[in-house]
Design a protein around this ligand. Structure first.
Ligand code: EPS
Length: 390
């Protein structure tokens, strides 16, 4: 399984090709669009989301709502393109319009201009923009439907906005309502504008976002993504690139603004004893293998162990900081305040939705590698054998 995306933030459209989805998977296109709509939500989003109403157009690999096994091709139109016609695109002639030379620290602007020998950071930022995550959400939405057929679901919620406030200290700050049961997350996260798990955290997160917006700043944070229903035995200990953490972390780290990925509770358990950290095993009265904890986040030795896959993501603040950051102008060759590009105050709630999509894709890729299968009946049967081995 593999994919490729293309498209500039203000170009005509985003596009993608996903190869390796078996034949005979029924695709619910309304569900794909519902995932795109989820990505557009989130308190702290900027003006662009009011312009767009992202909708997928599939152009290959699906016939009558069912996959054929051929590569799946799709487009998502950028409505904002009409405001950029003549400036972006193969036929653009107004190349000096909306030029960006006061590069934004934290964005790809400067390193990209040097690497690709560009004098206008527009040629870098258009592609570096997190707008590309809309295409990833389509790919992830298909992956989610593949996983659902195999009894696997993925969800997420916001655990922290601003680096100083995470779920690990929300209780200390007075929250005693943050339940983290899988079904609760599915039921509650999307009902919150910041995808928080308690009214207390929701209010706090929104307060931080309001304050940042008022002061012309941006905020990062943390999200937790969870997959339930994974069988034992996806991934492998035998080679670095077959380890499940390798796939998961690589794909999640490729989401713009993600700077950290942790599987399980590793950072909260640092310094703890091995005897307390590792998830003790026992048989229950029916002879089923059970664990009371899941500190390993569902993966041991690079192999899924049947528990929930639990991943934490650290997300940096958006580099398009309205009040600016001390920087340089690469055209004037002098110090300058970074360019003011329209952007979001906080993308953390949306990043959770993107991370679900990307985790779903990473798991689908690993499952396809382990099980193979040209069509869904074959994949379902192989999954049944995998589950029966446990
Ligand atoms: C985004 C669209 C972009 C940005 C944002 C994500 O739209 P515009 O640049 O027109 O405002 O809001 O991009 C970034 C976070 C970034 O760093 O470039 C989207 O569709 O998610």
């Amino acid at each position: 399984m593999r994919f490729l995306t293309a498209g500039e933030s203000h170009g005509k459209c985003l596009m993608g090709i996903l190869e390796g989805i078996p034949a005979n998977l029924k695709i619910d296109i309304a569900q794909v669009n519902a995932e795109l709509a989820r990505r557009q939500q989130g308190y702290g989003r900027g003006g662009r989301m009011a312009i767009e109403s992202d909708t997928v157009e599939f152009v290959a690999g699906i016939r009558g709502g069912v996959t054929t096994g051929a590569p799946i091709g799709f487009f998502i139109a950028n409505k904002d393109y009409e405001n950029w016609a003549g400036i972006i695109g193969a036929d653009a002639s107004q190349l000096d319009e909306r030029k960006v030379t006061a590069v934004r620290p934290g964005h790809a602007d400067l390193a990209g201009c040097i690497k690709y020998a560009q004098s206008d950071a527009r040629n870098i930022l258009e592609r570096a923009s997190a707008r590309e995550t809309a295409a990833k959400v389509v790919i992830g939405a298909i992956a989610k439907q593949y996983l659902a057929e195999l009894g696997i679901r993925v969800t997420s919620f916001t655990t922290g906005i601003d680096c100083v406030f995470s779920m690990y200290d929300c209780e200390e700050r007075g929250c005693n309502q943050c339940g983290h049961a899988f079904e609760d997350i599915i039921a509650r996260a999307d009902r919150s504008p910041v995808r928080a798990m308690s009214p207390y955290c929701e209010k706090e997160f929104m307060k931080y976002i309001d304050e940042a917006k008022k002061s012309g700043d941006t905020l990062g944070g943390e999200v937790r993504v969870i997959a339930r229903g994974m069988p034992v035995g996806i991934g492998s200990h035998i080679a670095f690139d077959k380890r499940l953490e390798y796939k998961i972390a690589g794909h999640l780290m490729a989401i713009p603004s993600v700077k950290g990925v942790a599987v399980g509770n590793i950072f909260t358990l640092m310094g703890g004893d091995g005897s307390q950290t590792h998830d003790a095993l026992s048989y229950d009265k029916n002879g089923k293998i059970v664990r009371k904890t899941n500190n390993a986040g569902g993966i041991e030795g690079g192999i899924s162990n049947g528990e929930d896959i639990v991943v934490m993501l650290g997300i940096k603040p958006v580099p398009s900081v309205p009040k600016g950051i001390p920087s340089i102008d690469i055209q004037a060759k002098q110090n300058a305040i970074s360019a003011r590009e329209r952007g979001d105050t906080c993308v953390v709630p949306a990043a959770g939705v993107v991370a679900e999509a990307v985790l779903a894709y990473a798991l689908a890729e690993a499952i396809a590698e382990t099980l193979g299968g040209d069509h869904m009946a074959e994949v379902r049967e192989r999954m049944r054998l995998k589950r029966d081995a446990f």
